[in-house]
Design a protein. Structure first.
Length: 188
């Protein structure tokens, strides 16, 4: 599977707007065929809060559908499928509550985000339950990844766990390449 950006249609009137943030048949048509089983919701007080880069190892590797409910974030997916021609490459996109866009991240990718505004809320669906024994990650500022985080003017706020994650070269994982390299053009 590929990383896919989606902006669901909003139906607006004088009262505000309505959108379908998840519709199994429409998302399946867009290439997202997951049986999501868990919804997660995070709140970050400060801009500059960085969560990630996280993934779960097999047998509980997770696909995620991420959206920003309040504020703005810079959302990142890193290809960690060892035999992929785009191994170690990343893609980033700004997700905003005002726009309502979402990012689908299949298993085989590490995921993280940086809050760009105070009081940002993020929600994401996963297709596997959280598994503490399979929880893993990569340090956010690994030089080998060359992620262009938009950190100018921000103080970075990390959890203790996220500040101690290994570099990609020392991370413990194994994901099979499915024949679909990371696509740099995300819009669907």
């Amino acid at each position: 599977m590929s990383v896919i950006a989606i902006t669901p249609k909003r139906f607006e009137d004088a009262r505000g707007w309505f959108t379908e943030s998840w519709n199994r048949s429409k998302f399946r048509e867009a290439g997202i065929d997951c049986d999501f089983c868990q919804d997660n919701h995070s709140y970050s007080v400060k801009a500059g809060t960085l969560r990630g880069l996280h993934f779960q190892k097999h047998p509980n590797a997770q696909a995620k559908l991420v959206r920003c409910l309040q504020g703005r974030i810079f959302d990142v997916a890193v290809d960690i499928r060892a035999s992929s021609p785009t191994f170690g490459e990343w893609i980033g996109i700004e997700l905003s509550a005002n726009i309502g866009n979402q990012l689908f991240i299949p298993s085989g990718y590490a995921h993280g985000f940086l809050t760009l505004e105070d009081h940002s809320e993020v929600a994401y669906k996963t297709d596997k339950h959280y598994s503490p024994e399979d929880d893993a990650g990569i340090i956010w500022n690994d030089d080998s990844l060359k992620i262009n985080w938009p950190v100018e003017g921000l103080s970075i706020h990390l959890s203790e766990k996220d500040s101690c994650l290994p570099h990609l070269s020392n991370a413990n994982f194994h994901f099979e390449y499915d024949g679909k390299p990371l696509q740099k053009n995300l819009e669907k």
